[in-house]
Write a protein that binds this ligand. Structure first.
Ligand code: C5P
Length: 218
């Protein structure tokens, strides 16, 4: 497949969403927020009252997600869920069901479908390791737990949502632990990935670095 892909993987709140989105804008590429798909599967399970221990029922929901991407707006069936999928509760459930092989399998083809000309920037946990292993450029974005908790805190406060730093830190650590240690598609840097620690970087600096790597790729 000649359509170029840039993968940006990393832990929760590492800034990969912002960086990936802006890099896609600057290159005129499509953008895949793969975490949103796991969040949609989680929200769908909550809305339908699915049995959260029934892997196959969850996989069925994931495979037939009635999702529509309308620019920045995400519709699930007839509901605008753009905001709802960002709730901490949904993120935590997403990380739980993301550990289920059948759910990951169900979302596989959907993700490949985002690869369209002139190119794709895909962010998530396993974009470079599993979904697009032949990507032109792979980036692994990290930041210290404290820096990530600070960012998440600021995002929530800016949205008028109350937040507690200690809860955020312990949620982040629990989610990191689950994402890094699960048996299937764990969060690890892909072979050949460029590592970028954004703890002391602005988003603009991180974006510039990724664009420069892409411009100078082999
Ligand atoms: O990136 P985001 O926080 O939106 O992702 C929500 C959850 O979905 C993550 O904690 C992770 O468990 C899961 N996920 C995944 N693989 C991806 C993207 C997200 O397992 N490619």
């Amino acid at each position: 497949n000649p359509v170029p892909v840039i993968t940006i993987d990393g832990p929760t709140a590492s800034g990969k969403g912002t960086v990936a989105h802006k890099v896609a804008d600057r290159l005129g590429f499509h953008y895949l927020d793969s975490g949103a798909l796991y969040r949609l599967a989680a929200l769908s399970a909550l809305r339908r009252g699915a049995d959260l221990n029934d892997e196959h029922a969850l996989a069925k929901l994931a495979e037939h997600l009635p999702v529509r991407f309308d620019g920045p707006v995400i519709m699930l069936a007839n509901e605008n869920v753009t905001e709802a999928i960002r709730a901490e509760e949904v993120g935590n459930l997403a990380s739980k069901i993301a550990a289920l092989p059948a759910v990951r399998q169900a979302l596989f083809a959907l993700q490949l479908g985002f690869r369209k000309a002139p190119g794709l920037v895909a962010d998530g946990r396993d974009m470079g390791t599993v979904i697009f292993p032949h990507a032109k450029l792979k980036v692994f974005l990290t930041a210290s737990t404290e820096a990530r908790a600070q960012r998440r805190y600021k995002q929530l406060i800016d949205k008028g949502i109350s937040a507690n730093m200690e809860d955020l830190l312990s949620d982040l650590k629990a989610r990191d632990d689950r994402d890094t240690h699960r048996a299937i598609a764990p969060l690890v840097p892909a072979e050949g990935a460029h590592l970028l620690d954004t703890s002391n970087m602005t988003a603009d600096q991180a974006i510039a670095e990724v664009l420069s790597w892409y411009a100078h790729r082999a």
